[in-house]
Design a protein around this ligand. Sequence first.
Ligand code: NAD
Length: 253
Amino acid sequence: MRFESRRVIVTGAGSGFGEAIARRFAGEGARVLLADVNLSGAERVAAAIGADGGTALAVEVNVAEEAPVAAMIQQAVDAWGGVDVLVNNAGYSHRQKLLWKISVEEFDDVFGVNVRGVFLGCKHAIPVMMEAGGGVIVNIASVGAIAPRPGVTPYNGTKGAVLTMTKGLALECARHNIRVNAVNPVAADTGFMKTATGQDELSEELQASLTASIPRGRLAEPADVAAAVTFLASDDADFITGTALNVDGGRSV
Ligand SMILES: NC(=O)c1ccc[n+]([C@@H]2O[C@H](COP(=O)([O-])OP(=O)(O)OC[C@H]3O[C@@H](n4cnc5c(N)ncnc54)[C@H](O)[C@@H]3O)[C@@H](O)[C@H]2O)c1
């Protein structure tokens, strides 16, 4: 198994992409710390992993705040002696609207989670990884960072920041045997969509218009993202750092 006994933290693991990422790592032998501001979601996923014979811990963390993020890293150290992989996946979008209708509070909040959250996760994981002789970080950005659609401009700005931090950090960490990469998913029908659209269900009209813009003819599935993240975290990707893998069915081409 590719991740036998590796210690993996996945933020935002209580639903959507994070759930699929955590389950895929656990299914390949990793011990997984599931961190989410929604503790019951993380606990549900941890229980499912446990029922499948895997090892998982659930913790409540708001990634926008430093003390809980530091405690999250420490929890993995206390439980398993270190952190081999950090997946900075937690994130959300403000409600879709034109930039000039977005409040300063909405702007600050989305940068707080999507950008400061990634910064804090990296800041606290890297010293632990350095001490152990290496590690891997995978940041979940978005195809919107490189091919934005209207209506989510500050959100796309957060993901552009994540891509730029990924590249710079990869250079800072390369000689410490720490690789840093990103994944750019295209639209998927997860909790993210509910927050962004304000709709409980993705309307047929929106689903059709999103699908029409994706050459492969479907939305992303959480399993697509999990496959890309685990590849980047695996030893097969040993020479890959500072890059972003588009998991977008050709949308950004
Ligand atoms: N679904 C899409 O269309 C899409 C496309 C591109 C990128 N993304 C990105 O994928 C990532 C995962 O989103 P998803 O689609 O799985 O949505 P999701 O809403 O299903 O999952 C996001 C998870 O992050 C958690 N979370 C939110 N804020 C948090 C915080 N402050 N601290 C800790 N946890 C927090 C939520 O509770 C939730 O469990 C996000 O970074 C999102 O921006 C999503």
